[in-house]
Design a protein around this ligand. Structure first.
Ligand SMILES: [Zn+2]
Length: 265
């Protein structure tokens, strides 16, 4: 059987896919993609993410307000996010977190919206998808306080930092960054972590792996990331592929076997 992949983090609502979204998504199953968690960044893009799950049976949605979108969030947006979670294809609250790199949104606002969504996830019993950019101290403090299930996405930190997150019960998501020649810390971490805590993701349209670095990314490029991690760990790609699908399904509470082309709802 050909290898199969589950993209645990994608942004197919991004404008980068406006010209050819249908063609790209329609050909994912032929490339071995059996599942995609499509991640919202705002109330509007979360609603779009849920809409795509109705069109594509192998799509799941995460709904949430990204720290970079927190400044534009209106008063009712958290309620819009909460009401989307009644859809059974919504498997997580995300992408949520803190980003102190651009400071496009004041830290107090980011912290307030992140905390509200951690509380929401716990109340609903849903996992979270966490974004932490140059905000590790505050992120860890809130994770220790709320103890959510879920994944730290696009991880490029040290093995020690990853071990702290794993002790909190979280998964660690790796993008195409692990294929970059200068990604020493991310590769060290991907080699060292317990295998059952690792997810692979594209974060497309961003983070295309080598040899596609700099191009628009999509889920058909995920095998490059998988092969790199398998090589780092000295295992067969086929075995890694199976484990990553199981990890992703377990993290997000998705029942296997996956629905495939026939659809479950
Ligand atoms: Zn993302």
């Amino acid at each position: 059987m050909a290898m199969q992949y589950f993209d645990s983090h994608a942004h197919y609502n991004d404008a980068a896919f406006d010209a050819d979204r249908e063609e790209i998504l329609a050909r994912l199953p032929d490339a071995g993609v059996v599942g995609v968690v499509n991640v919202g960044c705002s109330a509007a893009s979360s609603e779009d993410a849920v809409r795509l799950t109705q069109r594509w049976p192998y799509f799941y949605a995460a709904v949430g307000i990204h720290p970079e979108d927190a400044a534009q969030a209106a008063e009712g947006d958290l309620d819009r996010i909460a009401s989307l979670t009644s859809n059974e294809k919504v498997v997580a609250i995300g992408e949520i977190g803190l980003d102190y790199h651009f400071e496009a949104c004041p830290r107090e606002t980011q912290l307030r919206i992140f905390e509200a969504q951690l509380a929401l996830a716990n109340r609903l019993g849903l996992p979270v998808i966490i974004h932490d950019r140059e905000a590790h101290g505050d992120t860890m403090e809130l994770l220790r306080r709320y103890r959510p299930r879920g994944v730290m996405h696009c991880f490029s930190g040290s093995p020690e930092m990853a071990a702290q997150l794993v002790r909190l019960g979280l998964y660690i998501g790796f993008t195409g960054v692990v294929t970059f020649k200068n990604a020493r810390k991310a590769t060290e971490t991907a080699a060292a972590l317990p295998f059952d805590r690792i997810l692979i993701e594209t974060d497309c349209p961003y983070m295309a792996p080598e040899p596609f670095r700099g191009r628009r990314c999509d889920s058909t490029m995920l095998p490059r990331t998988l092969e790199r991690i398998a090589l780092l760990r000295g295992i067969e790609p086929e075995a890694a592929a199976e484990q990553f699908i199981a990890n992703t399904a377990f993290c997000f509470g998705i029942k296997t076997p996956l629905p495939g082309a026939s659809g479950s709802n």
